[in-house]
Design a protein around this ligand. Structure first.
Ligand code: ADP
Ligand code: MG
Length: 243
């Protein structure tokens, strides 16, 4: 695996018109660690991920990789270092599974067709789907498609992985396999920022849990602290609704 790196957001602010979606967010993930972000819908979790990989530019604050600001770099460079997995996998339906994965390495890393196919097959093996290489995405279950989307992100050899509610669109019986894969990645030393409603995953896999509400980090800490001894009424009431 590519060397993982630390990522820091400091004092991040972002407003859409009069809607102040991020109100001074600080977040840090050490190299090789996993931070999960929890919080109610609309609290700014997805926007935070998008600011951290510069799909949105913050109004104020900084984003640092390995302690170095990346806000002046070419955003494409940063995005190649960060793999993203979303709720909706957005695989190309008319391409095979292997081609979906090989596309990034071919286009962005200028790999030969053969080399990119080998990368795709290697990644498919990692996610346990070697036998689906030449299938169309539509013939796979949602859980399998999401594992392909993870393989596609990994094929770019990212230094950090972002997951935004990667299991929220899946049927309940398919969630486990995807979470197990994410857990394996975390244990393998990938730096990860995971937005999730899966509190069991947040508790068992993350090094740090960050609770956001109304565009701010209200509480953060080790999972035991956040889940077993929430300090603020807002986190207490959030947990009483989701646990
Ligand atoms: P979460 O992921 O925690 O549910 P989001 O980050 O998606 O929250 O959204 C936080 C707020 O930002 C919401 O009020 C949402 O409507 C608003 N928002 C998100 N993206 C945009 C956008 N591109 N343009 C305008 N408003 C947005
Ligand atoms: Mg969201």
């Amino acid at each position: 695996m590519t060397d993982s790196v630390s990522l820091t957001g400091t004092g991040l602010h972002l407003a859409f018109g009069s809607n102040r979606v991020l109100r001074g967010v600080d977040v840090h993930v050490d190299a090789g660690k996993t931070v999960t972000v929890i919080g109610p819908s609309g609290s700014g979790k997805s926007t935070l991920l998008r600011v951290l990989n510069r799909l949105h530019e913050p109004d104020a604050g900084d984003v640092l990789l390995e302690g170095r600001s990346v806000l002046r770099d070419n955003p494409d460079q940063l995005r190649q270092r960060i793999g993203m997995v979303f709720q909706h996998f957005n695989l190309f339906p008319h391409r095979t599974v292997a081609d979906n994965i090989a596309l990034g390495p071919r286009k962005l890393k200028k790999m030969s067709k053969e080399a990119a196919r080998q990368v795709a097959l290697d990644q498919l093996e990692l996610v346990g789907l070697t036998n689906k290489a030449d299938s169309r995405p539509g013939n796979l279950s949602g859980g399998q498609q999401q594992r392909v989307a993870i393989a596609r992100a990994l094929a770019m050899e990212p230094q950090i992985m972002f997951f935004d509610e990667a299991t929220s669109a899946l049927d309940p019986e398919l969630v486990k396999g995807v979470l197990a894969l994410m857990s394996d990645l975390a244990k393998g030393g990938m730096t990860m920022v995971v937005v999730t409603h899966e509190m069991g995953f947040a508790r068992s896999v993350s090094d740090t849990v960050v609770f956001m509400d109304h565009g701010a980090v209200v509480e953060s800490g080790e999972p035991e602290q956040v889940f077993d001894s929430p300090e603020t009424p807002r986190l207490q009431s959030f947990l009483s609704e989701v646990l």
